[in-house]
Write a protein that binds this ligand. Structure first.
Ligand code: GCU
Length: 677
């Protein structure tokens, strides 16, 4: 792990003799039908992996294979019944088994499809990279979610909205002719964690991506990704019929407009038969949409859905909307706008909902739309790039945040109706399911800027495959593969990762505070931000600090956003006493002297949390210093320097927020807060 280019596909040499011996015995002879493009990819990956881990080039299709990678239909008859379970699973499923064949110990990876074999191969390599004993392998696994997508907020000029890892990896200028090796490594990395689709362009889209010349470039990427089981998708700008089609209107009920989209879809699918479909941001933050013509989200989404339906395409219609009129409470608006449309979208439409109702904060309660639209497939949108969590300079392990949202209980069908079960369709028996992650990838040498931001890409993919996976498992897997499975490294670093996101919450937005970042770029503190064009872009709108207290009253005495949640939640959170402390100021305007569970005042606790956050970063620095022997020099130094930035910024957050809020609380700084610089 020197410069981090190879991500979690390091394939470092296996030093332990027993393991190396066992691995070599299984892998030196490989049975695989390399007839297809995907099978060739599997073969190449195994060659790379075995070369790195074992210094081994496996013999292909010799007499006595130790590793068999075969579609279930091609398995030797005597093995068939060991793989029966696959029959009832989706075609991406795979099974890996250590078993006996012709008096030999063998490993068999099987699946109904080539894609399944690819996923099975990567899962097998994941076991090896963690130095697991292969002789006991018995894994059957299937994705719980169908559409597992990255959303790139990449512009055609290669800038990236909210991107902190350089410029876009899509080199539009040199496409379609040049397929860079980065694209292939990107596809490998995604396939290895089960990601099966990518939206190439920003949600604030340029219509030009839909022009013939750009579509040729998109096709070139689609062709490169296809063997890896990755489909391409595009963000469609709603007004494209005007901007590139020469029409006067983009009204979704206008026949010419409909025809334009139908023809556009036909053109795309002629070039890219497995094109995934469209993502749309409409009537949100100035983007055009059906409301411009007095039409609804349903009208807009269904028009596009009809255009792509003949080719099995889908439309992902975003629910990130908030009206241009004076907002009552921005947190309420997506729900108010979308719930009335439940059941009205066409079958190939997913409504894509951010994890929380405001905007990718360090902590938000789950979005009230989850569980509230039982007749509509809801797709989860997480943000992998750290717009509100420190950009590229803060270490924050986001699977912990994702897990918190996914495991939250919506009570939509009684206790246990978690967000994960809404998103994976199991709660309402929904067939079309999806999860999107706003990418943190750029052309930085190590892909993500902060070396540990790679873990967030990895973790997103693993959770999109299985939203029930724990953040702890993901941390352990990622650390072992990226650095070393040595427990002296993995154990302390797993704790560090798992605590890291809470540290960010503590030093930025403790106790349910939110959206108090600096204006526009959202990096660094800005609780004083006010007087912007929109009230709900300011910080004072969200924290509402005054001489009486702090926090946004979303109970029945306030905006009543709470009423959008199930009665179980509404009842508990209506009362300060029974509101989870982590959401206190999200739902209540709390007096400065209000006593929390520990008997201390709100003011004291607020200060304590800010200080905890700073101390948690100090602890991360100490742990990292001990890790020096286990990691490469470059990654050690880079992370060390980034942690020192994180510490300075954590102190900055603490000092500026407390000094700012002190004008309202009018209270002494508790003694544990050092004099501000
Ligand atoms: C946030 C973000 C924007 C982005 C928007 C979206 O507001 O700051 O850059 O375009 O979300 O998700 O559409």
């Amino acid at each position: 792990a020197q410069d981090g280019y190879k991500l979690w596909l390091q394939y470092s040499k296996i030093e332990q003799p027993q393991r190396a011996e066992q691995y070599t015995a299984y892998n030196k002879n490989l049975k695989l039908d390399t007839g297809s493009a995907t099978a060739k990819v599997i073969h190449e990956e195994l060659n790379t992996a075995f070369e790195g881990m074992l210094n081994l080039s496996p013999e292909l299709n010799g007499d006595a294979p130790g590793l068999l990678i075969l579609k279930t239909s091609a398995l030797p008859e005597k093995l068939q019944n060991q793989f029966k379970a696959l029959e009832d699973l989706p075609e991406d499923a795979y099974a890996i088994r250590a078993t006996r064949l012709d008096k030999r110990d063998v490993i068999v990876i099987s699946a109904a499809s080539e894609k399944g074999l690819l996923y099975g191969t990567f899962a097998y390599l994941r076991e090896m990279q963690q130095h697991k004993d292969l002789s006991q392998l018995d894994i059957t696994d299937a994705p719980k979610i169908k559409k597992r997508l990255l959303n790139h907020w990449d512009n055609l000029d290669r800038t990236i909205e909210r991107g902190y890892a350089g410029f876009s990896i899509w080199d539009w200028h040199l496409l379609p002719n040049l397929i860079k090796e980065e694209y292939i490594d990107y596809a490998r990395a995604n396939a290895s964690i089960g990601i099966n689709g990518t939206v190439l362009n920003n949600v604030n889209a340029s219509a030009y991506i839909l022009q013939e010349d750009y579509l040729q470039k998109v096709k070139a990427l689609a062709d490169a990704f296809r063997p890896y089981g990755i489909q391409v998708y595009l963000t469609a700008r709603f007004s494209a019929p005007i901007e590139i089609g020469g029409l006067q209107t983009a009204d979704p009920l206008n026949a010419e407009v409909q025809n334009w989209w139908n023809e556009k879809a036909k053109e795309i699918y002629t070039l890219i038969p497995d094109f995934g479909g469209f993502l749309v941001k409409a009537n949100s933050e100035g983007q055009p949409g059906p409301n411009n013509y007095g039409r609804s989200h349903v009208d807009g989404a269904n028009m596009l859905a009809e255009a792509v339906a003949p080719y099995n395409g889908i439309v992902m219609w975003r629910a990130f909307v908030y009206s241009d009129e004076k907002p009552e409470d921005r947190a309420k608006q997506a729900y108010s706008e979308f719930v009335p449309f439940d059941g009205k979208f066409k079958d190939n439409v997913l409504v894509q909902v951010k994890n929380g109702a405001i905007d990718f904060q360090p902590r938000e309660p789950f979005h009230p739309l989850f569980g509230a639209m039982p007749e509509t497939p809801l797709m989860m949108e997480f943000q992998i790039t750290q717009e509100y969590l420190g950009g590229m300079s803060h270490l924050a392990f986001l699977p912990k945040l994702f897990e918190e949202t996914l495991q939250a209980d919506t009570y939509a069908k009684g206790a246990g109706s978690t967000v994960a079960k809404v998103v994976d369709g199991s709660l309402t028996n929904t067939q079309l399911t999806g999860m999107a992650g706003v990418s943190n990838i750029g052309n930085a040498r190590n892909w993500t800027g902060h070396p540990f931001a790679q873990a967030n890409w990895y973790g997103f993919g693993r959770l999109a495959w299985n939203p029930e996976l724990s953040a702890k498992t993901i941390a352990e897997e990622w650390l072992a593969q990226t650095f070393t499975p040595n427990p002296e490294f993995v154990k302390p670093m797993t704790s560090l990762l798992l605590d890291s996101r809470e540290a960010v919450v503590n030093y930025m937005t403790p106790l349910g505070l939110h959206h108090i970042m600096a204006e526009g770029h959202h990096q660094g503190p800005g609780p004083w931000v006010k007087d912007l064009g929109r009230e709900d872009w300011t910080s004072v709108y969200y924290h509402k600090a005054d001489s009486l207290g702090i926090g946004f009253d979303r109970t029945s005495t306030g905006s009543d956003a709470l009423a959008q949640y199930a009665p179980e939640i509404e009842k508990a959170y209506e009362n300060i006493e029974t509101t989870p402390q982590q959401y206190l100021l999200w739902f209540h305007h709390v007096p400065w002297d209000y006593k929390l569970d520990n008997g201390e005042t709100l003011w004291y606790n607020l200060a304590r949390k800010y200080q905890d956050g700073v101390e948690e970063v100090e602890a991360m620095i100490n742990t990292w210093q001990e890790m020096k022997p286990y990691v490469g020099e470059q990654v050690y130094e880079k992370t060390r320097m980034l942690l020192s930035i994180q510490l300075e910024e954590a102190q900055w957050w603490r000092d500026s927020c407390l000094l700012y809020f002190q004008q309202f609380s009018n209270k002494e700084m508790p003694e544990f807060i050092p004099e501000a610089k």
